[in-house]
Design a protein around this ligand. Structure first.
Ligand SMILES: [Zn+2]
Length: 212
């Protein structure tokens, strides 16, 4: 569902551009709104959410899908935690549909899906591993990297129940906005994938904005 935001970028308390292939890490407090902006279009923003005070409580794709009865995420979707609490709600969305089934790219999946020599390419899972390794204070390891959302990524479910990585439906300037319902740690990998069309074969920067 397309829904515009009334929030103005010039009033944002925080703005940061995240290059493709980099991670982004920030605590967003309950009541704050975070926007992920697709600056140049067709850029997958692979995102994980955690309870900022207890990262063993984290975003759960299965609980979110069951609760809303829809495999796609858009305005109105409530993102549920592994403890069945609402973590965030999508309050605006100018893209219209986001994936939470396709998972994140990894050395293993790049090798299996594409070619053995793709193993050393940058991947979202590796970016998150760098994030938790560089931030020991979070007390997180690779076992904490679980379900994610692929904002702006088009992963249609086919009539016979298959998944396909299709050309994107996002465009330059499209965004998704979420209001935090608890203090959440946001961990994004701005996807570096070059083997499928999830980034339009050209990974580009995103911008993250937060309103207090
Ligand atoms: Zn990726």
């Amino acid at each position: 569902m397309i829904k515009q935001s009334a929030l103005k970028p010039e009033n944002a308390a925080f703005r940061e551009t995240v290059p493709a292939g980099e991670y982004f890490l920030k605590v967003v407090k309950a009541g704050e709104t975070v926007r992920i902006l697709d600056l140049e279009g067709n850029q997958a923003a692979d995102t994980l959410f955690y309870n900022a005070h207890n990262p063993t409580e984290r975003y759960s794709a299965v609980d979110t899908i069951r609760d809303q009865g829809n495999v796609y995420l858009t305005a109105g979707s409530k993102l549920m935690s592994s403890e069945n609490n609402v973590m965030l709600e999508i309050t605006a969305d100018t893209c219209g549909r986001h994936d939470t089934l396709g998972g994140a790219c990894a050395a293993e999946s790049n090798t299996t899906r594409y070619a053995l020599e793709k193993k050393c390419m940058h991947s979202c899972r590796d970016s998150w591993l760098v994030a938790v390794t560089e931030h020991e204070e979070l007390g997180m390891t690779k076992r904490d990297i679980t379900h994610n959302i692929n904002f702006f990524m088009n992963v249609p479910v086919t009539a016979d129940g298959g998944l396909t990585f299709a050309d994107g439906i996002s465009d330059a300037g499209k965004y998704v906005e979420l209001e935090a319902k608890m203090d959440v740690l946001v961990m994004i990998s701005n996807c570096p994938q070059l083997n499928n069309p999830c980034n339009g074969w050209n990974p580009t920067p995103i911008e993250v904005l937060v309103w207090s």
